[in-house]
Design a protein around this ligand. Structure first.
Ligand code: ZN
Length: 373
């Protein structure tokens, strides 16, 4: 039993069914109306589907319905009695309509509950919803971005399908350079309208060119992104991720480069790590150097990751070649700058102790789930 406010006087009273809250707490005075009302309430309690409710509505409120027929008694009443009877008649009629409506809703609710009960067992403990995570390369990518942004660099990107001039010539990579060989480069056909080859960028360095063409020095940018080469083995994939840094201003030196790389590796590996240069050649820098970082795993004592050398090769770097400055309209007598680049995938492997590059690209969930972010 439940207590429910009367729709008329709002007083709380006990009702047999929730639907009966539609009934007022004061029944009509006229015994015939009262009897019809009681008969209807009893019948409505037994009506268990919409069809039965509809039949009840016809039986009581239809043109020839029992309640409608009572209307005829009004003829024999005095005006005052007729007024009272009419008011009660309308009230009972409203109550019956409201009760039918409420019962219909009650039945629909019950049907829905029964339906749910068939499909749903609330006692079943479901597996927790599996939570996704960023790919290990994306995690590393964002970590690198954060470190360089904190050092005052801005992040730039360029198109993946690159103009041959921007990808090679402007970077002082002459037409006979091995990097332009069919073995290394994915060429895209057709070539550009002005006859230049169109390639999938083989490095992020074209972003340097685009950035310098876009405005005067000083320039302090990093570019992260996918690059493409025709390579596929345990340590190479045809698509891989590179990060490139470029700093151009007056009086920029190798010392700035070394300090920047030192701060960068220490921030990424969260410990102070030495950086060293080894002379090397890259067409777009002069002098050029490969840079190594002190092995973060053994701190230089020698371990399997650093192949007992105490150092890990990370990438290439150097002072921007005057020919590159000339290609973008910068005066090499006025400004100097450095650039560096290395693989984000290799950095991800180092940070997480992954030994095979291909694991990063296989999409094997058993592997990926080990690196929640
Ligand atoms: Zn080591």
């Amino acid at each position: 039993m439940r207590r429910w406010p009367c729709g008329g006087c709002r007083r709380l009273r006990v009702v047999g069914r929730v639907a009966e809250a539609a009934l007022l707490c004061s029944p009509p005075v006229d015994p015939r109306l009262r009897a019809e009302r009681e008969r209807f309430i009893e019948a409505a309690r037994k009506a268990d589907d919409d069809a039965a409710l509809y039949a009840l509505k016809v039986e009581f409120l239809g043109k020839k319905g029992s309640l409608s027929k009572l209307r005829s008694v009004m003829r024999d009443l005095s005006p005052a009695e007729r007024k009272a009877f009419g008011r009660d008649f309308n009230t009972v009629k409203d109550e019956i309509e409201a009760l039918i409506d409420a019962r219909r809703k009650e039945l629909a609710k019950r049907r829905r509950a029964e339906e749910l009960a068939r499909w749903e067992d609330v006692s079943v403990v479901l597996d927790p919803v599996p939570r996704g995570a960023l790919h290990i390369v994306t995690q590393t990518w964002r970590r690198l971005e954060r470190v360089f942004e904190n050092m005052g660099f801005t992040v730039h990107d360029g198109p993946h399908v690159e103009h041959g001039k921007t990808n090679f010539d402007d970077l002082n990579i002459p037409p006979d350079h091995p990097a332009r060989d069919m073995q290394d480069t994915f060429f895209v056909v057709p070539p550009t309208d002005d006859g230049w080859e169109r390639v999938l960028r083989t490095h992020t360095s074209p972003v340097q060119i685009r950035t310098m063409l876009a405005g005067p020095p000083p320039v302090r940018v990093v570019a992260l992104g996918q690059v493409y080469r025709r390579d596929d083995d345990a340590t190479h994939t045809p698509m891989f991720h590179q990060i490139e840094g470029l700093y151009v201003d007056r009086d920029v030196s190798m010392a700035d480069l070394k300090a920047t790389l030192y701060h960068f590796v220490s921030a990424v590996f969260e410990t102070d790590l030495d950086v060293r240069f080894r002379p090397s050649f890259f067409p777009f820098v002069e002098p050029g150097a490969e840079f190594d970082v002190r092995c973060p795993f053994c701190k230089g004592d020698g371990c399997s990751v650093c192949k007992r050398t105490g150092w890990i090769e990370l990438g290439g770097s150097g002072m921007v070649h005057p020919a590159v400055f000339e290609a973008v309209g910068y005066d090499p007598e006025e400004v100097s700058g450095w650039a560096f680049g290395f693989g984000i995938d290799r950095m991800a492997m180092l940070l997480h102790g992954v030994s095979d590059l291909r694991l990063l690209f296989d999409g094997d969930q058993r592997f990926l789930e080990q690196f929640p972010c």
